[in-house]
Design a protein around this ligand. Sequence first.
Ligand code: FEO
Length: 398
Amino acid sequence: MNCNSVRIYDGIFWVGVNDRRVHLFENLWPQPKGVSYNSYLIVDEKVTLIDTVEISKFQEFIANIVGVIGDRKIDYLVINHMEPDHSGSIAEIVARYPNIKLIGNEKTFMMLKPFYGNFVNQYQINDGDSLNLGVHQLKFVFTPMLHWPETMVSFESKTGVLFSGDIFGSFGTLDGGIFDDQVDMDYFENEMRRYFANIVGKYSLIAEKTLKKLIDMNLPLKIIAATHGPIWRSDLKRVLEYYRKWSSQEGENGAVIVYGSMYGNTAKMAEAIACGLVENGIKNVVVYDASKTDISYIFSDIWKYRAVILGSAAYNAALFPSIDNLIRKIEHVGLKNRLVGVFGTYAWSGGGVRNLLKFVENQKWQLIGNGIEAKCSPSVDDFIACKQLAREISKALL
Ligand code: FEO
């Protein structure tokens, strides 16, 4: 057997790949430690592949498969999700195993042809259908918009393995260990939340309902095997709690301060607010310069914490561009239930704080204070106002 194929349970193998070359997932999200594309192989009377991998990794992928089954053929390919990080190798798999039957739902097949061409050997299933593989049996549960309309998950009833697709997925490669008890879960908690906020976040209310649907089914879950990141076998409660918390958008006690500042004057106000929060008992305070840190990390922490304090210098009578970009993202995703304060600087006609206040009103977040706007650089009175804002936000948080 190839050392890159890992048995995860009786007759079930991880045959995924790590991608350390990728810089941007979806050509958008930075991947300093890469990402894994997880695919799974069930070896039974019927050999079944669950999803494939991004096309650039096909050679490694097929070597992993052959390492497990040698000359045996694959009977079924279950397509849980059509995004090309998982569907990218379908055509190559079909070319190698021409009798393989593609298992998907109506919406899967509506995407398959325009993405990859016509495949005759298709088998369409409905929500709740089962497929016998011999000893193993797969049950399909539709999970639309997690994270595309055609998405579904597959539950293997003999072993209790849930092939969960993007749900419970994470950025970061699997460096030797593939299970939750073999990897640094503090690292993966952060990368899982960054994945959730940026990839799944727009559909978080659907995620909340889907999680309830899966829990209400009382599936005897033993393993959760997502398409990215670690496989959960030791602490399923932990990952279910992450998803409950993130999909409900409740936010932990803590604050993210994000600012856009050309020459450091708005930044000084951010420092004063951060000190004020800590002086008033807030332990979790994170400060970001929006021009420096990629938006995916900032947004992940905004998802994590309940208070957000936004600062913007006026730039051409409008918001500072990196802050403008951030608030467009928040609006696009529709994150709710945040306490918010705003601050900034101006030199002549303003445009930073004014537009932040408009954003807060549209977003229906709970505004604390009325916004602090300093002329050119913060005065003593402005710093006092920053400390006052920090006091009020701390009080609201605690
Ligand atoms: Fe990992 Fe939505 O694809």
